[in-house]
Write a protein that binds this ligand. Structure first.
Ligand SMILES: Nc1ncnc2c1ncn2[C@@H]1O[C@H](COP(=O)(O)OP(=O)(O)O)[C@@H](O)[C@H]1O
Ligand SMILES: [Mg+2]
Length: 263
């Protein structure tokens, strides 16, 4: 019987030495990841009306719960709205940590029928411990914060994988947002500015975005002033559940897509 050297073709089959098999493993893994990624893109493109659909987890096997801290020093800018919607849209094993004594996210969860996402009231000084205990159980911890400049919010910022700062596009809001930008810069963590509750028909919104984008990472997706956001929150839902094919759901899905790759 003819012998075939290990690792060479023979009789139409490929005989591989053990070390060659090992060499192919990283390549197989890369191909699998590519296939999963393509699957995610294809799923998004064939189902344009179903926003925030499940995509393959990029964090599979990660032992660290990645903290996304939503902050801003102005009440009403949309921090809770964003934290809640990012938590729902991410479709990850996500813990929504509500560090604001106003407890909007906790109240939302009480009105909610679905058990996901997990929502927990956490004191700001407890967040570091919460992140440690969340590792293994959760892939993401989305942190809603109070509009305060006291020490606890800067400390929260310092723990973030990424900071998200929602602001409204009015002159007083833009002025007030400077303090939040300084806080985020001081934390040395990456941060993304999100224009929220905008009237997309006005020229000022585009101007504000262009101006901010000269200095900061501004999400290209803005959230419109849409009643669906308020109604969804009031009924313990997210816009992707309340109005799955609506504009608000589309915006949140687009925003999450922009943020997700930065984690
Ligand atoms: N894009 C939006 N469109 C319509 N209403 C919004 C939008 N974002 C926030 N709101 C509403 O504005 C109010 C304040 O939002 P909230 O997320 O609680 O702000 P914050 O947590 O920064 O104080 C809420 O009533 C919320 O429903
Ligand atoms: Mg809030």
């Amino acid at each position: 019987m003819p012998t075939v050297p290990k690792g060479q073709r023979g009789g139409g089959t490929l005989q591989l030495a053990d070390d060659n098999i090992l060499n192919t493993l990283p390549r197989a893994h890369a191909v699998l990841r590519l296939a999963l990624w393509l699957y995610g893109v294809a799923a998004a493109s064939v189902a344009p009306s179903r926003y925030c659909t499940i995509a393959p987890s990029r964090y599979h096997g990660s032992m660290k719960a990645l903290p996304v801290v939503v902050l801003g020093l102005k009440g009403g800018s949309g921090k809770s709205t964003l934290a809640i919607h990012l938590a729902v849209c991410s479709k990850r094993r996500v813990l929504l940590a509500d560090t604001d004594p106003q407890a909007t996210a906790v109240a939302w969860a009480k009105a909610r029928e679905s058990p996901a996402p997990a929502v927990r009231a956490v004191r700001a000084y407890e967040l570091a411990q919460t992140l440690k205990s969340a590792a293994g159980d959760y892939e993401l911890v989305i942190v809603d914060t109070a509009p305060r400049i006291e020490a606890d919010v800067p400390a929260l910022a310092g723990l973030a994988s990424i900071i998200v700062i929602p602001i409204r596009a009015s002159m007083p809001d833009l002025l007030a947002s400077q303090a939040a930008f300084r806080l985020a810069e001081a934390s040395r963590r990456p941060f993304v500015v999100v224009l929220n509750a905008v009237d997309t028909r006005t020229a000022e919104v585009g101007e504000a975005q262009a101006l901010l984008a000269k200095h900061y990472d501004v999400a290209p997706v803005m959230l419109g002033q849409r009643i669906a956001f308020a109604r969804a929150l009031a009924s313990g839902r997210a816009v992707s559940e309340f109005e799955p094919t609506g504009k608000a759901a589309e915006e949140i899905a687009g925003l999450w897509k922009y943020l997700e790759v930065k984690l």
